[in-house]
Design a protein around this ligand. Structure first.
Ligand code: ATP
Length: 233
């Protein structure tokens, strides 16, 4: 079995007397699309921010490809998108990616063209970001997060506010990344119907605790019918 791309062991985070995250442990394997599902305030963002090293856990550990977050090489392995998709509106898709490449001092000049191809943005490459559909804007944001080809991609509510076609588009993209690049994806959402369409595995977070974990395919038939999931979900 391959090593997990991400492993959380007994992670807790206290804010004063509030325990926002309570002894959470789970793994995300290469090529797996793992969703944290929970109501607002369940602790999803805090878990994601802990994984990104933006929040220091009060207890427990996080490892990426077996390495602790203190290891500087881990940064190159992680891509993230934790706010709504945005871009410089007056710059083209290609220019937006080029700015990101330079800001992050990514050496490879082919990184931008590679990302354009990988994310199916070729026909939009010379269009300004402000004329893009929501779905294409999301593609651009994902392409930017993946410019350095990280092993782990962390996405906070990536399909929040997208129309059904946009959700399908993001799902198709994430599936491709998982399948073709072996990227491990950790994402969050508060809507079961959304995560069930995108993720292969779901962890239910409630009041900071991971209550349950299951494969999306293991959802009971009547739930699947209710959510109008197709058989490939
Ligand atoms: P949402 O979808 O609303 O972002 P969430 O599941 O991501 O919800 P968190 O944002 O992780 O939940 O918040 C979990 C709990 O921790 C909430 O009660 C929140 O008020 C609290 N919390 C989060 N960040 C802080 C902070 N910096 N200081 C104090 N309390 C915080």
């Amino acid at each position: 079995m391959t090593a997990p791309a991400l492993r959380l062991q007994g992670v807790s985070k206290n804010y004063g007397t509030l325990r926002a995250v309570d002894r959470v442990s789970f793994e995300v394997r290469p090529g797996q699309l793992y969703a944290l599902l929970g109501l607002n305030g369940a602790g999803k963002t805090t878990v994601l921010r802990t994984v990104l090293g933006m929040v220091r856990p009060s207890a427990g550990s996080v490892t990426v490809l077996g390495r602790g977050l203190g290891d500087r090489s881990v940064r190159a392995e992680v891509g993230y998108l934790v706010e709504a998709a945005s871009a410089y509106p007056e710059l083209t898709v290609r220019e937006n990616l080029e700015v990101a490449r330079r800001l992050r001092r990514l050496g490879s000049p082919t990184a931008v063209q590679d990302a354009v191809e990988l994310f199916g943005l070729r026909e939009h490459a010379d269009r300004r970001a402000r004329v893009l559909s929501q779905g294409n804007l999301q593609r651009l944001a994902l392409a930017r997060a993946m410019l350095h080809r990280p092993s782990l991609l962390v996405l906070d509510e990536p399909v929040n506010g997208l129309d059904p076609a946009g959700v399908v588009e993001v799902r198709t993209l994430l599936e491709r990344l998982a399948r073709e690049q072996g990227t491990a994806v950790l994402l969050s959402s508060h809507i079961l119907g959304e995560v069930a369409r995108v993720a292969t595995r779901i962890g239910v977070l409630h009041r900071g605790r991971l209550l349950d974990e299951f494969a999306t395919a293991a959802l009971p038939d009547r739930v699947r019918r209710h959510l109008e999931l197709t058989t490939r979900d």
